[in-house]
Design a protein around this ligand. Structure first.
Ligand code: NAD
Length: 318
């Protein structure tokens, strides 16, 4: 099959593109490199630099494409609170532009990387896809709005649409921006540097961490699955991990103790967000294979930013 991946030079896009070309598919990746880095892409991936809202550019890239993955987005929840106009423009505008270009080009299916964040605070856990949505940040609203636009335009234009609501992704090569870095690489970096590890709130907020290879596999399966049109499907591990438990895991893995600094000035987010993954099993025949401990070990093994230091840390403690 031939695929276009928007946001294809990002963390998830790179893993997906590489997995698809390794399986023998043709892959084009479009990315404006505002956050991504095309150097991680397999040389067989055809890379194009550009904005996912550029409809004429999309027309060219969509030629002979069977299925599109829409991953291009601004992805930081705290940043979205500061810049909601930007988040709306990229995350919602990008989805709408892509759908109109796909309508013109006659592409059959699109898969959106949506987010578990769209659920917001939910009393019933694990959260299933039919929960009433309570998005509470501009990022969460933008992902939900993108889902609605995609399903609506898809239904009108005869395009199959699937939204995968990904929970907390992690794995080797996850971006580590200086502000608002995702929690796992931020904690690993602090633990390996011997600096204090900052935990927002009391550390009892629970999240669902899902490993990058499992996410890429779910995305691959969504391209050919039957009976998924208009579906929203959770992609998570199904397991709850509190921030305190995550630090415990990192301490065990590195055989070291870290200094925990609790910061009560907000930023902890919802108290609990764990995926019910039964629909993914039913519709995609997918279930996660990599448990958190294994996934963390894979990062230390495969991510050059952590490899040398984790070896040193082990040598110092044994
Ligand atoms: P990422 O920032 O690594 O990837 C996003 C990519 O989109 C980047 O390479 C960036 O340069 C690109 N991009 C941004 N604006 C663009 C534009 N206007 N035109 C073209 N490219 C643009 O983030 P990621 O973690 O790989 O996330 C990929 C997708 O998955 C996003 O849509 C995100 O909302 C979704 N998602 C991620 C997670 C997670 O935990 N990482 C969870 C749920 C959903």
């Amino acid at each position: 099959m031939n695929f276009l991946i928007t946001g294809g030079a990002g963390f998830i896009g790179t893993a997906l593109a590489n997995q698809l070309v390794q399986a023998g598919h043709g892959v084009r990746a479009l990315d404006d490199l505002s956050a991504g880095d095309s150097r991680g892409l397999d040389p067989r991936v055809v890379f194009a630099r550009g904005d996912a809202r550029d409809v004429p550019k999309l027309w060219g890239l969509l030629r002979d494409v069977d299925c599109v993955y829409h991953l291009a987005a601004r992805v930081s929840v705290p940043e979205s609170v500061l810049y909601p106009v930007e988040y709306n423009a990229v995350n919602v505008g990008g989805a709408v532009a892509l759908m109109t270009a796909m309508r013109d080009a006659g592409v059959r299916r699109v898969i959106l990387a949506s987010s578990g964040a769209a659920y917001g605070e939910q009393t019933r856990q694990p959260v299933s896809e039919n929960a009433v949505m309570h998005p509470v940040t501009p990022y969460a609203v933008s992902k939900l709005a993108a889902e609605y636009y995609m399903h609506a335009i898809g239904a009108l234009a005869g395009i199959e649409t699937v939204a995968l609501r990904i929970f907390n992704a992690y794995g080797p090569q996850q971006q580590l921006p200086p502000a608002h870095a995702p929690v796992i690489p931020r904690f690993l970096q602090a633990a390996l540097n011997g600096s204090s590890l900052v935990i927002f709130g009391d550390g009892n907020q629970a999240r669902d961490f899902v490993y990058i290879d499992d996410i890429a596999r779910a995305l691959c399966l969504a391209a050919t699955a039957r009976n998924v049109n208009r579906a929203c499907v959770n992609i998570g591990s199904g397991a709850a991990t509190t921030m305190n438990q995550l630090v415990d895991e990192i301490e065990t893995l590195l055989a070291t103790r870290v200094h925990r600094l609790y910061n009560d000035e907000g930023g902890a987010g919802v108290s609990r967000l764990v995926a019910d993954i039964s629909l993914a099993s039913k519709l995609l025949d997918w279930s996660p294979r990599v448990a958190l401990r294994q996934g963390l070990a894979q990062i230390l093994k495969l991510d050059p930013r952590f490899q040398a230091r984790s070896a040193q840390s082990h040598a110092a403690t044994h």
